[in-house]
Design a protein around this ligand. Structure first.
Ligand code: ADP
Ligand code: MG
Length: 269
């Protein structure tokens, strides 16, 4: 089975999607096989990986309603070993549609479990993924709960700004609730600080505060604010394809190796 990590934070604009795309690309670049599951109705991860709307005829919405398997929604990207299950605006109506369904919180978990199930219609070039990264919407709704119920661990992007820690305790409480009800194995993989600006004293202060509050959970790698990172999605490319040498690309490569190291330590423990 793949390791399943959800990028979650109910705040918008903190770097969830950017991290899903670029961490996914960095993991693929160092040999992992990665599936990004786009669970945001905005579909920014899909767009940022160059998947245009017309090719999203089958999406994560259809997977969560149970109409198709996850395999059927998967598309290749320009990055070798990086695939995506795209999303569409349909997802925004999911919560109402699944109201009253007893397994509504487990739709994604079950779809991911079925990925590796032997089946007669599995075709030969389907790959087994070592990582599944779930890009969550900016809320703690049923979609995010599906992601948490399906995951081994949560990765929390925090933007280096004044209100960075605001909302974190609500997020941690939700993780705790999901752990005690839907998914006992769920853990916090780590906190990734994003959009760090070295010229800004506030950024440095936020890093200190978050490290004080969350200790070892904070990754050593900090993602700098970098204009190349924000330009890349308009070309439908991860920043690593757009400009491999820029500080943003290099930071995401370091984050990927740090995550793999943590995974190894976990497995050895
Ligand atoms: P979320 O998915 O949490 O809403 P995004 O990943 O979409 O957040 O990021 C919000 C905005 O910030 C986007 O316009 C993105 O391009 C930009 N951004 C994210 N990370 C960086 C970075 N390291 N440097 C510069 N801009 C960034
Ligand atoms: Mg997003």
């Amino acid at each position: 089975m793949p390791r399943v990590l959800a990028l979650a934070n109910q705040k918008g604009g903190v770097g969830k999607t950017t991290t899903a795309i670029n961490l996914g690309t960095a993991l693929a670049a160092i040999g992992e096989t990665v599936l990004i599951v786009d669970l945001d109705p905005q579909g920014n991860a899909s767009t940022g990986l160059g998947i245009d709307r017309r090719s999203r005829r089958v999406s994560t919405y259809d997977v969560l309603t149970g109409d198709v398997s996850l395999r059927q929604a998967i598309l290749e990207t320009a990055v070798p070993r990086l695939h995506i299950a795209p999303s569409t605006m349909d997802l925004s109506g999911l919560e109402l549609e699944l109201a009253g369904e007893r397994d509504r919180a487990y739709r994604l978990r079950d779809a991911i479990r079925a990925l590796n199930a032997p089946s007669s219609d599995r075709n030969r070039n389907e790959i087994d993924y070592t990582y599944v990264l779930i890009d969550c919407p900016p809320s703690l709704n049923l979609i995010t709960v599906n992601a948490m119920a399906a995951s081994n661990a949560i990765l929390v992007p925090l933007q280096c700004e004044f209100f960075a820690l605001e909302g974190l305790s609500q997020l941690l409480k939700t993780v705790e609730q999901v752990r005690s009800t839907l998914n006992p194995q769920l853990s916090i993989h780590g906190i990734v600080l994003t959009m760090f600006d070295a010229r800004n004293n506030l950024s440095t202060q936020v890093v200190e505060d978050v490290r004080q509050f969350m200790g070892e959970k904070v990754y050593e790698t900090i993602i700098p604010r970098n204009v190349r990172v924000s330009e890349a999605p308009s070309y439908g490319k991860p920043v690593l394809l757009y400009d491999l040498k820029c500080v943003g690309s290099q930071a995401y490569l370091r984050l990927a190796s740090e995550i793999i190291q943590r995974e190894r330590a976990l497995r050895a423990a």
